[in-house]
Design a protein around this ligand. Structure first.
Ligand code: CTP
Ligand code: MG
Length: 230
C-alpha cells in the first residue's frame, strides 16, 4: 500500500525582523519570490501533495503569481494561516486529513533541496519523527533576562533546528491538539511540540548549512550567494 506524504509549506508570517513592507516570503531572490524556491523543491520531490498556508488576503496572489505562474501542480490547497506559526501549522494539519506523513516546512527556507526532502521522507517512514538540522558552529550561551551568562551547553550536543520537520500524521496532530488545549504559548518549533506532548523520540538529520531561514535583511544576500553557486 502506498503511504501518502503531504508537505505543509508555511508562508503566513509578517516577517517583522526583515523590516520590509512586503512579507519576506514574497521578496525577490534572483528575480523569483523566496517562496517559489521551496515549492519547486517539493514539487520535484516524492511528496504527493502540498498544502500552502498563507496570510489573510494573500491566497489569490499566491495562486496566481506563484502556484499558477510556476506550475506547481502538487499544490492542492491554499489556506489561511493564523496569528502565530503554531496556529498556521495547526490549520495546515487540520487541512491535511487522510495522509500518513507530513513534512512541515518554512516557506522562508528557499535553499532546501529535493534530495534532502526525499532523504527525510525515507527516514520518517522508519522513525515516525525526524527533522532537518545542523550542529551549531558557535558556542551557545544560555543567559538570564538580564543577559547574564547562566550556563554553557556542550557545543557538540547543540544543533540548530531547521525544517522540514517530518512526522507521522497522527502523532503530530495529536501532539498539536494537546499543546493548543494546554494554551502553550512558547512553541517555536514542531519537534518541540512532538517531544513535549507526543513523547516520541525525534531524530536529527543533517540537512546542510545552506538551509538557512531568511529572517533579517542580510539573509537575502546570503541566500542569493548560495543560489548563484548552485
Ligand atoms: N509563519 C506562518 N504563520 C505565522 C508566523 C510565521 O506561517 N503566523 C511562517 C513564516 O511565513 C515563515 C515560517 O513560519 O515561513 C518561519 O517563521 P519566521 O521566520 O518567524 O517568519 P515570520 O514570523 O514571518 O518573521 P518574524 O518572526 O521576523 O516576524
Ligand atoms: Mg516569526
Amino acid at each position: 500500500m502506498k503511504r501518502r506524504v503531504t508537505a505543509i509549506v508555511l508562508a503566513a508570517g509578517k516577517g517583522s525582523r526583515m523590516n520590509s513592507s512586503v512579507p519576506k516570503q514574497y521578496l525577490s531572490l534572483l528575480g523569483k519570490p523566496v517562496l517559489s524556491y521551496s515549492l519547486k523543491a517539493f514539487e520535484e520531490s516524492n511528496v504527493d501533495e502540498i498544502i500552502l498556508v498563507t496570510g489573510r488576503g494573500e491566497q489569490e496572489y499566491c495562486r496566481r503569481e506563484i502556484v499558477q505562474k510556476y506550475q506547481f501542480n502538487k499544490v492542492t490547497q491554499i489556506i489561511e494561516g493564523g496569528a502565530e506559526r503554531y496556529h498556521s501549522v495547526y490549520r495546515g494539519l487540520l487541512a491535511a486529513e487522510e495522509t500518513e506523513y507530513v513534512l512541515i516546512h518554512d516557506g522562508a527556507r528557499p535553499l532546501i533541496t529535493t534530495q534532502v526532502i526525499n532523504l527525510l521522507i525515507e527516514k520518517v517512514k522508519l522513525t515516525r519523527a525526524c527533522i532537518a538540522g545542523m550542529p551549531v558552529k558557535d558556542t551557545i550561551q544560555l543567559v538570564t533576562e538580564e543577559k547574564e551568562i547562566a550556563s554553557t551547553p556542550l557545543r557538540r550536543l547543540v544543533w540548530m533546528a531547521q525544517t522540514p520537520q517530518c512526522f507521522e500524521y497522527n502523532l503530530v496532530k495529536a501532539s498539536y491538539q494537546k499543546a493548543i488545549e494546554s494554551c502553550d504559548k512558547d512553541i517555536t518549533d514542531d519537534a518541540m511540540v512532538v517531544q513535549r506532548y507526543g513523547g516520541e523520540k525525534i531524530i536529527m538529520v543533517e540537512a546542510g548549512y545552506e538551509n538557512i531561514k531568511v529572517t533579517t535583511p542580510e539573509d537575502i544576500m546570503i541566500a542569493e550567494a548560495f543560489l548563484v553557486h548552485r
